[in-house]
Design a protein around this ligand. Structure first.
Ligand SMILES: [Zn+2]
Length: 469
């Protein structure tokens, strides 16, 4: 409107025009209306010619398990960086020191009152048993309160079994503490080893591994997960008044920390490239399966979102940055390293979105924003109604990796998937490619690409959440 069209006489006309533009501006032209066309393009292109499943197939079938410090993890770092660079994105590695734990032999047997092979898997971070294994009576509890009530007299010299079934995915969050802290609490009362009933919603005698930790104030004891079927067997024998004895042999070890990296790739913004919408997932996985649902699916949809926006020539106002985090599973070192290395620019991170809930159909977003932000996210998500991904809830932490951005008050979003079957396979040998439907994965990529694009392109960024308590 600054063009000279008739000198001073034109100014009243220009003022009227400017008013009209303002009236027709953001107030009437909603985000949903403004971005409906571009959302349709993204969704259509992804559903017709998406590459997310092909990427996931390479990551799982050709690279395989990606436990931090392993050769698989390093192959995944190299391949994802190269693949992103091939798409014309500026991809780089940012160093992360990671724990390096290796599994080794894992065997268990019921030796009294009769003999049964038991199926166990070591928890990540566990120390080994002495060679050639340890043998002890089992004491069963369903909670730390029950353990404390038994006290050292009933626990000393024994193996503690935390036997608490989870039947729905919500149960994981309640029971996970027996996996992460079970060994510490058992050792506090004098136990020689800790077993946790597998944290899963389905049982085909497949044990679920996962991270555990120690406390320097108490002795370290070996820790493993026992299948649901075998936990039930021990429960029945104990209920019948038997003394149950288990022989356990674990050969796991912790090696010196290893050098690894987060993979970071930018789609630079056209107007405010220094402002960033981060989209992230974690590149490492457990070692039993090939990490297809946890979190190969997330890695594939982050890479695919960047690729798709690039090939469609959609360059948003701000930068969209993909971050493939290393070591979410047993240390969160990648999440912490990113927050530390980018501390000075986190005030210019206008949003972060993580996908770490598997590859089943997307249902929407959980969002932690400032006042009014959730309504904006809901309006953008309304563009995803055709995918069924328009559900929006307030709160959450976005995901473990991006939760490290919370102190910098970055708005955090978690892409949500249908989680009904997630904990059937999570952290087991059954976390493999066949659990991910190509169309559902494409729907996730489309949902993430649309949300990231609009957040990066809309005139005003999301309101930032308040200071964390
Ligand atoms: Zn995960």
């Amino acid at each position: 409107v600054s063009a000279r069209i008739g000198g001073a006489a034109a100014w009243p006309l220009l003022a009227i025009l400017a008013q009209a533009v303002a009236a027709e501006g953001p107030a009437r032209d909603s985000l949903a209306e403004r971005y409906a066309g571009v959302a349709g393009r993204i969704i259509g292109a992804e559903l017709v010619q998406g590459r997310a499943h092909a990427m996931l197939q390479h990551l799982t079938d050709r690279i395989g398990p990606r436990l931090s410090g392993s050769a698989g993890a390093e192959a995944a770092v190299r391949w994802t960086r190269e693949r992103l660079a091939q798409e014309g994105l500026t991809a780089r590695l940012e160093p992360v020191k990671v724990p390096h734990w290796v599994r080794g032999v894992e065997e268990a047997e019921l030796v009294a009152p009769n003999r049964h092979k038991l199926v166990v898997t070591a928890l990540g971070g566990s120390i080994p048993t002495p060679e050639p294994g340890l043998s002890a009576e089992v004491v069963e509890v369903a909670s730390f309160e029950e353990l404390a009530a038994l006290g050292p007299a009933r626990v000393r010299g024994r193996i503690v079994l935390y036997n608490r079934a989870i039947t729905a995915s919500e149960g994981y969050g309640v029971a996970v503490v027996y996996r992460t802290r079970g060994a510490v609490e058992a050792a506090r009362h004098g136990a020689v080893a800790s077993l946790v009933r597998s944290l899963g919603t389905h049982a085909l005698r497949a044990p679920h591994t996962g991270a555990m930790g120690y406390d320097d104030a108490v002795p370290r004891i070996p820790a493993a997960a026992l299948t649901a079927e075998d936990a039930d067997l021990i429960h029945r024998l104990l209920a019948a008044g038997e003394n149950v004895r288990v022989q356990l042999r674990l050969g796991c070890r912790t090696l010196p920390d290893a050098d690894s990296a987060n993979v970071v790739a930018d789609l630079p913004g056209r107007e405010q490239p220094e402002e960033i919408v981060l989209i992230g997932a974690h590149l490492d996985s457990w070692d039993l399966g090939t990490g297809a649902i946890d979190d190969g699916a997330g890695v594939a949809v982050v890479m695919e979102s960047l690729r798709l926006l690039k090939v469609l020539g959609l360059t948003p106002r701000r930068t969209i940055r993909g971050v493939l985090y290393m070591n979410e599973e047993n240390g969160l070192r990648g999440g912490r390293a990113y927050a530390e290395a980018h501390g000075a620019e986190l005030m210019r991170h206008v949003a972060a979105i993580e996908s770490d809930g598997g590859g089943a159909r997307p249902t929407g977003f959980a969002a932690l924003t400032g006042p009014g932000g959730i309504e904006i996210v809901a309006e953008i998500a309304s563009l995803l109604r055709s995918l069924g991904a328009d559900g929006v809830s307030a709160g959450g932490s976005g995901g473990a990796d991006i939760s490290t951005l919370r102190p910098a008050r970055v708005p955090l979003l978690g892409l949500q998937q249908d989680g009904k079957r997630y904990f059937d396979w999570h952290h087991t040998a059954a976390d493999t490619l066949d659990k991910v439907d190509p169309l559902e994965l494409a729907q996730n990529a489309a949902a993430l690409a649309v949300m990231a694009y609009v957040l990066a392109d809309m005139p005003e960024p999301l309101p930032r959440p308040g200071t964390a308590e």
